[in-house]
Design a protein around this ligand. Structure first.
Ligand code: SF4
Length: 253
């Protein structure tokens, strides 16, 4: 794994002046405090590093991860709470330069919740313009409508077991494209049955790949595999490959 340290932003930005950042209105606005002093045109970045993609249909490929700071949700299984607060503001030029320095084709924008920072939209467009394959990992709680259509959106649908089922923005389901992916993290059998009922109720089969992953430490992937087979639905079992390859608590992998 190669990691670039996040550096202080350049003393003088070469980017054009932009309007003030307007953060989305969310429940628990106090969870966005780390974005309070963010200058317009910058993003608060927790870390930028390269590793193997651990999830989605891109699992196993070398990938550059751009992790944005802050999340307004608190899923019970969250494995990136360190990204809730820590980070430094960087301009889009600096982020793109760090991505190019790491060199891989595949780039994932993740968090935290990356869609909390409006500058993420021009960042994704810029990366796509420069020929990168861009993935966006998002909680499903914020509008994906403004996302560049070239971006592969990996959208969570929060299950009851996550503790954040009420945060789901259901209108996002109608916006999914064939290149997007819909992810469910299954905490127990009740979560599984709830997820299957959503797949059926919203006619999601055939819209885009559907991924079911076992909540680490709560359900075994073997058990989840058996449940998926019972349904005879084309649902893909997702293994958290990075937690198999490396210490499950490790950061930056
Ligand atoms: S949405 Fe993601 S980053 Fe936010 S609390 Fe849930 S798992 Fe953690």
């Amino acid at each position: 794994m190669t990691r670039l340290l996040i550096q202080d932003p350049p003393a003088k930005s070469t980017e054009p002046a932009k309007a003030d950042t307007i953060l989305p209105v969310v429940s628990h606005p106090e969870r966005l405090r780390s974005l309070d002093r963010k200058a317009a045109g910058t993003l608060v970045i927790h870390e930028i590093y390269r590793s193997l993609q651990g999830e989605s249909t891109f699992a196993g490929l070398p990938c550059i991860f751009v992790r944005l700071t802050a999340c307004h949700l608190r899923c019970v299984y969250c494995d990136t709470p360190h990204a809730f607060n820590q980070g430094k503001p960087l301009g889009i030029d600096e982020i793109v330069a760090q991505v190019h320095a790491l060199g891989d084709q595949l780039v994932e924008i993740t968090g935290g919740e990356p869609l909390l920072q409006p500058e993420v939209f021009p960042l994704m467009t810029r990366l796509a313009d420069e020929g990168k394959t861009v993935l966006l990992e998002t909680s499903g709680a914020l509008d994906i409508g403004p996302v560049d259509p070239r971006v592969h959106i990996i959208l969570d649908l929060k299950t009851p077991g996550s503790g954040e089922v009420d945060a789901n923005l259901w209108s996002n389901l109608a916006l999914l494209k064939p290149i997007d992916e819909l992810k469910f993290v299954i905490c127990d059998r009740e979560d599984f049955d709830w997820s299957i009922s959503q797949v059926r109720a919203h006619s999601l089969i055939g819209r885009c790949p559907i991924l079911f992953g076992a909540c680490f430490g709560r359900v075994s992937s073997t058990e989840l595999a058996a449940w998926i087979l019972e349904t005879r639905l084309p649902i893909r079992l997702q293994l958290q490959q990075h937690k198999i390859l490396w210490d499950p608590q490790a950061r930056g992998v």
